[in-house]
Design a protein around this ligand. Structure first.
Ligand code: FES
Length: 153
């Protein structure tokens, strides 16, 4: 199925090396602009307690939540403390001077392995979840598969 892109903002609204939150349907999406001009998009609400990830520190594709410093890889949504857990990512494209987003189809929509059955947890106001995904070796932080995302440090 072809992705359905929707305009959310204009080129120039995001400074290189930073992020900004945009409304996309009924949720907020954090779009980051890397120094090389690459746009990355993830769910804006931190799954810990709902901070806006767009306002976090962004460096080399990694965004650090401004409230309690959980870090996420904006390239694939992986939580850096356990890359098997991911938040939603979105496709970004530039059409003229418009920034457009489209949802990424995931296995979760077909009854996948969302932790907590897709319910909200940890006080997250957006009602989302971290999804359990395949392991990845690219993360430079620890990969403690026993980490419980509902028990923050
Ligand atoms: S709200 Fe993001 S780490 Fe706590």
């Amino acid at each position: 199925m072809k992705p359905e892109f929707k305009t959310v903002g204009k080129v120039g609204e995001i400074a290189p090396g930073s992020g900004k939150a945009f409304e996309f349907g009924d949720q907020m999406v954090a779009i980051f602009l890397e120094a090389d001009g690459t746009y990355l998009a993830i769910d804006d609400l931190c799954p810990h307690m709902g901070a806006s990830l767009a306002s976090g520190n962004f460096s080399d594709g990694i965004v650090t939540c401004p409230w309690h410093a959980w870090s996420f890889d904006a390239r694939d949504g992986a939580w850096c403390d356990n890359r098997r857990l991911k938040i939603d990512t979105f496709q970004v494209r530039i059409q003229g001077d418009q920034i457009q987003l489209a949802a990424v189809e995931s296995d979760e929509s077909a009854g996948g392995s969302a932790l907590g059955g897709g319910a909200s947890y940890g006080g997250r106001p957006g009602g989302g979840s971290i999804k359990k995904t395949e392991a990845c070796d690219s993360c430079e932080t620890n990969d403690d598969s026993e980490t419980d995302p509902q028990t923050p440090e």
